[in-house]
Design a protein around this ligand. Sequence first.
Ligand SMILES: Nc1ncnc2c1ncn2[C@@H]1O[C@H](COP(=O)(O)OP(=O)(O)O)[C@@H](O)[C@H]1O
Ligand SMILES: [Mg+2]
Length: 368
Amino acid sequence: MNALPETPRLEIRNLKRAFDGRAVVDDVSLKIMPGQVTCLLGPSGCGKSTTLRLIAGVEMQDSGTIHVDGNLICDTVTRVPPERREIGLMFQDFALFPHLSVGDNVAYGLRKLPRAERHARAAELLERVSLSQYINAYPHQLSGGEQQRVALARALAPRPKVMLMDEPFSGLDNRLRDGIRDDTLRILKDEDTAVLLVTHEPEEAMRMADEIALMRDGRIVQQGAPYNLYTRPVDLASVSFFSDANVIPATVNGALALTPFGRFLAPGLAEGTPVDIVFRPQHLRIDFDRGGRGPLPTAKDGTPARAKVVRARFMGNESLVEFVLDEGGTTLSATIPNVFLPQPGTVMWLTVPRDRCFVFARSGAAPS
Ligand SMILES: Nc1ncnc2c1ncn2[C@@H]1O[C@H](COP(=O)(O)OP(=O)(O)O)[C@@H](O)[C@H]1O
Ligand SMILES: [Mg+2]
């Protein structure tokens, strides 16, 4: 059956899987178009690998459906076996076959094709991953990064409609990783496959993904372009997953939350709701005390708050300065470009642009 252009290459709907009565994958839905990379991002143990195993067919869901190009692959009645799903897999411990040449490793999934075609496809893929010269070499003669590219070529050889990748770069040397990620992305885009890539590293997801699906405790809590997840997080945990977060506690009073930085709108939150005003350390602005004369006017950044330096550390590209606010005693951190190492106890004035702040009802808290 020909897929319509708008049919997702992979669509999972309401997938659920419990182990020993505990929901590990809890109502997960995703759509991925051809040529798109979606990163399933979340902390260790949140259910990412289990989601991938359900899609691959090596684990069976309790409920929910999986479609590839609009065709039902798996529900609780129908179950296309893993080898007929046209899904490619790549895991961290992608073992190559040590006794097969690089060329034969890549051709492994093509056993049904005539010899000449197998050879042509394997050669084409090795060219794509810039390893043509190793076609007759054996895996142990290659570096870790080269073996990784062979594994990618092997997974792509049968032209899978969907590629599932489970932390594929985590076994690699840090220095190699960025280059291999970029190469891998380029090759995947050329093949026009839909990719679901699992990672627990936000930087990797931001680098690779067209879309990020942020997962926590078996659920997808937010889904969208990396920029949207970073700039419009749904809760404090989502902010904290991508970076450090400053948190100022407050309480809703007449649809406003009063803080040392002035009032923040808290629309839709009931009177008395405990809230957190949240922003990232790079958005905290600092100004000097000028011997008690105070900060220069910075009207657009709202009310300045007086604070004292607790400590300052140089981190390489930036300095990390910790403050304690005079009012309320909240600890806040600021990242400041280059070297800025004020003495502990130094009085400074802090501001934070309103549009960099998020107001969240405190999780688990009911209006008091
Ligand atoms: N076959 C299984 N039997 C019982 N528990 C499992 C099984 N597979 C995974 N789990 C549990 O499900 C949770 C999610 O695991 P996993 O999907 O591997 O998370 P992630 O890949 O996000 O680190 C973990 O608590 C894990 O121990
Ligand atoms: Mg995992």
